[in-house]
Design a protein around this ligand. Structure first.
Ligand code: UD1
Ligand code: MG
Length: 464
């Protein structure tokens, strides 16, 4: 698209140099994985930011481009730039491995009677290492997370390349999640969940209930839901990547609650899971913030379905392999609402146009709710029409009726259109900011409920 400006070059250069210095330092001082992860995420940010600029042209030449539907004379801009994020991210996951496990490698090799300095010089290579105390199960989580995200990326590219139909692509993430579910089966196999105290008496069960195979169905559903829900809460500049950044920050906040309070001595039992989550999310933030800078209003690139699937699957992986998938759902409340609200259109009770993004009014330059219209030849089922009229009276949709009282059009059933029904026409960036603030507020409320109100339903908050 364009070369880096001198300011960008110097800023990214300084950032990369500083991060490299931190990396060298952490390697010398026995790994320090958290600092290494921060530094690698900084490098991932710089690399993604620059690569998106450099590769936009090539993407467009190969047909990965789209028209910005909410701009006056909106030209075509590169699409699928989330692929750059996903690829840099996968590269970064691998680069981080030695830092994540260095202390284990050293410890287990030392245990076997080797001299640490010799091993660091590569002396262990000839004789091989005795890794009998190496935490292979953690390496497995890491490896299968990588496999799941790599398959998600491949399937995302397929979707962007072939513009698949909604009903076909809905199940794509389930296939991508298979490596992770297989690992869960082999390695953890925990299918018990805590039962809320008030329900125990009615269900006649104790503190835990074994969901067996249903737990795998539940995890499969999470893997389908997280990627798709980001892809359908989309259509205005910055919203797909913006919501992903907010969710990632909220999960990191939840991780911090388990990792940092000095009161946790000895360390919290879930510490490893939350560290795993931090190591996956910091580089995710790095690549996503870089993408957001190009995708924010007025967008210079689109993120593509590849990014939506990749981002959603990062969250699913972190939640499932970190054993906090139910807390994860509390951070997806706007997406859950958007999915349920969209259901009549997704399941074809109400016609669903190819694009449901808000309508751009070229005269005012503002976004208004977009609509689905019903032809005389294909009228709505009377019951559905009555339902929509009822929702209209409580301002949950906006419908138009003909002289006979039949619904002829309805605002499209997405949270973005609903927000515009409530707030009136808004500029695109204003709408994005308001929705992201909503996401942040609701997420913080969810976390608060998780750690305080949970005591009303369960005997203890697992943080303590
Ligand atoms: C999903 C939504 C669809 C929405 C679309 C927008 C469902 C079932 N599908 O479809 O209603 O219209 O996302 O992303 O809810 N675009 C913009 N501005 C943006 C982002 C996208 O104009 O800020 C347009 C561009 O023309 C771009 C296209 O949307 O090329 C991308 O659409 P795509 O991601 O392929 O749509 P779906 O994910 O299938
Ligand atoms: Mg999409």
């Amino acid at each position: 698209m364009r070369p880096l400006t001198p300011t960008e070059t110097s800023t990214l250069g300084i950032l990369t140099a500083a991060c490299l210095a931190v990396l060298v330092n952490t390697w010398r001082s026995d790994g320090e994985p958290l600092f290494a992860s921060l530094a690698i995420s900084g490098i991932a940010f710089a690399f993604t930011y620059a690569t998106i600029l450099w590769s936009g042209e090539v993407f467009m030449r190969k047909g990965f481009k789209g028209r910005d539907l909410s701009k006056k004379n909106g030209g075509e801009i590169p699409e699928t730039m989330g692929l750059v994020c996903a690829l840099v991210y996968l590269l970064v996951l691998v680069s981080f491995l030695p830092f994540a496990f260095k202390s284990h490698i050293v410890a287990s090799t030392l245990d076997a009677g080797y001299d640490k300095d010799r091993i660091l010089e590569g002396g262990g290579m000839e004789t091989g290492r005795f890794l009998h105390r190496f935490p292979l199960e953690k390496l497995a989580s890491y490896g299968f997370a990588y496999a799941t995200l790599a398959s998600t990326t491949i399937l995302g590219i397929l979707d962007d390349a072939f513009d698949m139909r909604w009903r076909h692509k809905f199940f794509i993430p389930a296939f991508a999640a298979l490596p992770m579910l297989a690992l869960y089966f082999v390695d953890f196999g925990v299918t018990h969940v805590s039962v809320p105290v008030p329900l125990r008496q009615y269900l006649g069960v104790g503190e835990l209930i074994d969901l067996g195979g249903f737990y795998y169905v539940y995890m499969g559903a999470i893997s389908i839901f997280c990627p798709n829900c980001i892809n359908i809460m989309a259509g205005i500049n910055g919203i797909e990547v913006g919501q992903s950044i907010v969710i990632a920050c909220l999960i990191l906040l939840n991780d911090a609650l388990y990792l940092f309070p000095a009161a946790h001595r000895p360390p919290h039992p879930a510490e490893e899971s939350h560290l795993f989550s931090v190591y996956l999310l910091l580089p995710f933030l790095g690549v996503s913030v870089a993408l957001a800078l190009h995708n924010w209003f007025p967008a210079k690139v689109f993120v593509g379905d590849t990014y939506c699937y990749f981002a959603g699957m990062v969250f699913a992986v972190v939640g499932i392999l970190g054993h906090f998938s139910k807390t994860l759902l509390l951070l997806f409340i706007p997406q859950i609402f958007n999915f349920l609200y969209s259901a009549p259109q997704l399941f074809k009770l109400v016609p669903c146009p190819r694009h449901r993004l808000p309508r751009f009014n070229a005269r005012t330059g503002l976004l208004e709710p977009s609509v689905a219209t019903f032809e005389e030849a294909q009228p709505l089922r009377p019951l559905v029409g009555e339902g929509l009229k009822l929702l209209d009276t409580v301002h949950i949709v906006r419908v138009k009726t003909d002289e006979r009282g039949r619904v002829t059009e309805t605002s499209n059933l997405t949270i973005l259109n609903l927000w515009l029904v409530w707030r009136g026409p808004l500029r695109e960036d204003r709408l994005a900011v308001e929705i992201l603030l909503l996401q942040t507020g609701v997420g913080l409320l969810g976390l608060w409920a998780r750690h305080s109100l949970a005591l009303l339903l369960f005997t203890a908050d697992n943080r303590f």
